[in-house]
Design a protein around this ligand. Structure first.
Ligand SMILES: [Zn+2]
Ligand SMILES: [Zn+2]
Length: 157
């Protein structure tokens, strides 16, 4: 799940860019898409052979807090990271776990509505879209067709 936080950058002091953090950002870019901490670790290790997984986790957390990467969380699944820290949503395939970007406008009107309804000062929102990727939808349709055919075969035999 992605947390879209408002005014995040202004609220945080500037982050010191250590060699490790720079290497992590480069590793996320290199991995492309939405790598897990393990995937980032494998790439970062090439540049910093002595880096530990603990250091990776800690620094990824810091980078995410400072809005330099996006941390994408989902219950029961490994957290993923996104070098694109600009606001965008994600859609997760319920079949294979694949994660893709959704390029659409931020739903800020939901925040305004929530504020009007509750009187809260709304500071952000979380949203994850769920579905089936094309590959999984095709596979499901193929299985359904197969399931429809087999009783007919049995009837004929
Ligand atoms: Zn899928
Ligand atoms: Zn993304």
């Amino acid at each position: 799940m992605v947390t879209i936080m408002n005014r995040r950058r202004e609220m945080r002091p500037r982050l010191r860019m250590t060699r490790q953090r720079r290497a992590l950002l480069a590793a996320i870019e290199e991995a492309g898409g939405h790598p897990t901490a393990d995937e980032i670790y494998r790439i970062a290790k090439r540049r910093l052979p002595r880096i530990s997984l603990g250091t990776i986790y800690r620094n990824l957390g810091i980078l995410a807090e400072h809005g330099l990467v996006q941390s994408i969380e989902a219950a029961g699944r490994q957290r993923r990271f996104d070098a694109d820290a600009a606001r965008h949503y994600h859609v997760r395939c319920m079949g294979c776990g694949r994660l893709d970007d959704v390029r659409m406008k931020s739903i800020c009107h939901v925040e305004r509505a929530a504020r009007a309804a509750t009187g809260y000062e709304i500071t952000g929102h979380r949203m994850e879209l769920l579905g089936l990727c094309r590959g999984c939808a095709t596979e499901r349709d193929r299985k359904r067709k197969g399931a429809q055919r087999s009783p007919a075969k049995q009837g004929g035999a």
